[in-house]
Design a binder for this molecule. Structure first.
Ligand SMILES: [Cu+2]
Length: 158
């Protein structure tokens, strides 16, 4: 029996390309010659229904800037208001989502997961319905680094 090594190799290669393409390294300034940056991995934005007036964005956000920072606000032309949300469970076991008070701490060298059922960016009051594959410009506002622009693709299938 001979294993189809070639086929496996190709599958692995495609998987690597998919991951690399999803990584968006965001320099804080065009003049910044160092490798200091925020790294955004696998960002996507979705709404539960095409007619929804709100949407949520998810991503892995890594701080490689060399100093501790904090994500304090988010802005986007997609909706008038964007809030940092999390899910919490009350004493009766009911899960609710609501704003994260004081923003999201992001110590240097750490990655924060914005994921389904957990922390997320909440876009409230969409001006238009989302379309699959649409790229949405989002401004992340950090306490120290200031404003960082990222692009987040709409993926309604995730
Ligand atoms: Cu929310």
């Amino acid at each position: 029996m001979q294993k189809p090594k070639g086929a496996v190799g190709i599958v692995v290669l495609f998987a690597l390309i998919a991951v690399v393409m999803a990584v968006v390294s965001v320099k804080m300034s065009p003049l910044d010659k160092s490798n200091a940056a925020f790294v955004v991995q696998e960002p996507y934005l979705r709404s539960s229904l095409p007619t929804s007036t709100s949407a949520a964005a998810f991503m892995m956000l890594r701080n490689d800037t060399g100093r501790d920072d904090r994500l304090v606000a988010v802005r986007s032309g997609l909706s008038g208001r964007v809030e940092l949300h999390t899910h919490t469970q009350d004493a009766n076991g009911v899960v609710r989502m609501g704003p994260i008070e004081g923003g999201v701490a992001l110590p240097d060298g750490t990655t924060h997961a914005f994921k389904r059922g957990g922390d997320h960016l909440m876009f409230i009051g969409l001006d238009a319905p989302l379309s699959q594959g649409q790229m949405v410009q989002v401004t992340l506002v950090f306490e120290k680094a200031g404003e960082v622009e990222i692009s987040v693709p709409v993926d309604l299938d995730r």
